[in-house]
Design a protein around this ligand. Structure first.
Ligand code: G6P
Ligand code: MG
Length: 213
């Protein structure tokens, strides 16, 4: 039976998917690379360097490692400028209740975030103490869609992967959850999340009783 729920952060709990999107779009504009929503969708859930590589697929020239480092850090500066002023009002509606409802049902919760900014964000949003276990990008070596981060979260909860479900807003995240051997709840649009076992339009619709009864 299900004993734990592992949540993604950006775009599921925190209203940051749009902030990441805007920062990448600004960078793309500055270096003359076409950026549209389909590229933006592919970047969701993908780590910083992986996202840059996707962006640069459309670049007219090659970039050196040093240049790539500088571009990734420039994007992060744009992103950080926005989230520095974040507070609890930047939680996506219903996200705190979704996490608390899991605890009320007697199950455990973990966070699995590909973001190196996750610790800062959890502090700003006021939810650092809400999870039984947190895994962020600073503690894993292989990015989503690799299963490493969800497996680490299950292990941290002391549960088998088959006893956990994952909640994600990105295709890369759904793939990571499935590769870990868990059922996946998709939050967002069917188009991007076709592989999800259950699709919800937002995290406010998350109801743990769907998995425990
Ligand atoms: C999350 C977001 C991605 C972002 C990644 C890395 O998965 O969905 O859009 O690229 O984290 O974030 P970071 O804050 O480390 O650059
Ligand atoms: Mg996400």
């Amino acid at each position: 039976s299900i004993k734990g729920v592992i949540f993604d952060l950006d775009g599921v709990i925190a209203d940051t998917a749009v902030v990441h999107h805007a920062a990448w779009k600004r960078l793309a504009g500055e270096i003359g690379i076409a950026f549209d929503d389909s590229v933006g969708e592919r970047l969701k859930g993908v780590d910083r360097r992986g996202s840059l590589d996707i962006l640069l697929e459309r670049a007219p020239r090659a970039y050196s490692e040093d240049e790539k480092e500088a571009l990734a850090s420039r994007k992060n500066d744009y992103y950080r400028q926005q989230i520095e002023s974040f507070g609890p009002h930047n939680l996506l509606p219903g996200s705190r209740n979704a996490i608390e409802s899991v605890h009320r049902a007697g199950l455990k919760t973990a966070l699995a975030s590909a973001s190196r900014n996750a610790p800062l964000l959890l502090e700003r949003l006021g939810i650092a103490d809400l999870f039984d276990y947190v895994v962020d990008a600073n503690r894993v070596s292989r990015a989503k869609p690799d299963p490493e981060i969800f497996l680490a979260a299950a292990r941290g909860l002391g549960l088998e992967p088959s006893e956990c479900i994952g909640v994600e807003d990105a295709a890369a995240g759904i793939a990571s959850i499935h590769a870990a051997g868990m059922k996946a709840v998709g939050v967002g649009h069917a188009q991007a999340l076709a592989e999800a076992d259950l699709l919800l339009s937002n995290v406010a619709a998350f109801d743990i009783s769907l998995f425990t009864t």
